[in-house]
Design a protein around this ligand. Sequence first.
Ligand code: ATP
Length: 370
Amino acid sequence: MTETSERPAPASEDILAIDHLHHRYGNVTALKDVSLKVRRGEFLTLLGSSGSGKSTLLRMIAGLEMPTSVDVFTLEGRPMAQVPANHRNVSTVFQHYGLFPHLSVGQNVEYGLHVRKIPVPERRRQAEEMLRLVKLDGMYDRPIHALSGGQRQRVALARSLVLKPAILLLDEPLGALDEKLRLEMQIELLSLHRTLGMTFIYVTHSQEEALTMSHRILLMSNGEIVQEGRPEDLFDRPSNRFAAEFMGMENIFTAEITAIDGGVISVTVNGAHLRGLWTGKTQPRIGDPIAVAFRSEKVKLARDKGALGGDANRFEATLKSRVYKGKYLDVVAASALGDVRLRLWDDHVVLSDQFKIEWRPTNTVVIPID
Ligand SMILES: Nc1ncnc2c1ncn2[C@@H]1O[C@H](COP(=O)(O)OP(=O)(O)OP(=O)(O)O)[C@@H](O)[C@H]1O
């Protein structure tokens, strides 16, 4: 899923700290009480659907918008709240590149150095070096219109990187590319991040992209940070129903708590009993509005007494539909819980009309509905 283990871990030092940031556009509240810390060398992703506030947060960090109010806002230990964009040591790569069409590739890359009055030979040397880094060697004199979308995005990257920012901000940088190129560029961005050891803050609405790229993800909704954690935390341990849905948990049922035994929660769904782990942020209480959720690929066909042991959640099931997907089979089965989705990877599987299904309580989350 993620190659974070092969990458150097970020330093323990915070490069950016924001506390209690609020932002309104007129009467639209875009960010509500947002607090975050980013470590030097980290690849942090702001994930959320359209309108969740991720671009606004990125623009605040870039200095392109000033917060309505904020208690703490420091970059490399220095207060930033009132510092204009051109005095912040950050650089942004936008989805639509923002290149100057009348300038060549090299002139685009050098632009920021020109503004900083770096002498011509040094500018050229640094631009050539960055073009090599983004695999556009020898393209210095090319006009922008003679480049593909992927090449333009590389120029935009080189133009930002040449400024050696403390933080590189990337706002849906791969959003305009086709699927194949997007996947290639994901790998290249990861490789650049590894080579440079720079701090990246990356905005995307794609959970798959966030899982692939990040050390850490901030999941946003309605201007708030809903959950923060490593990719595996968000994928396996969503902290509420919204996070479970956003991270693509296929089976989510409204439930009632019947017993709490440490972190293990017994619940009923339509009178059927099952168990799971509490992953909400606050302590659970009997009577709270909650849901139970589990992933389709964690549901197994139970043969005889079942292979997952005595404490597995196990139910009789009736086949409703099956869709062959090449690598796997997607099945919907009726059960006492309601319809359960299964993803079966065993290509020799033989499904009758009636079968038993099972999955582990440790692969089941019990979550608040709010
Ligand atoms: N310049 C603006 N004026 C008024 N409202 C704005 C402005 N920019 C953003 N908003 C509103 O602020 C909220 C957050 O928008 P923002 O662009 O930060 O979300 P987002 O998660 O980045 O969405 P997208 O993925 O569509 O860019 C939305 O309700 C949006 O309509």
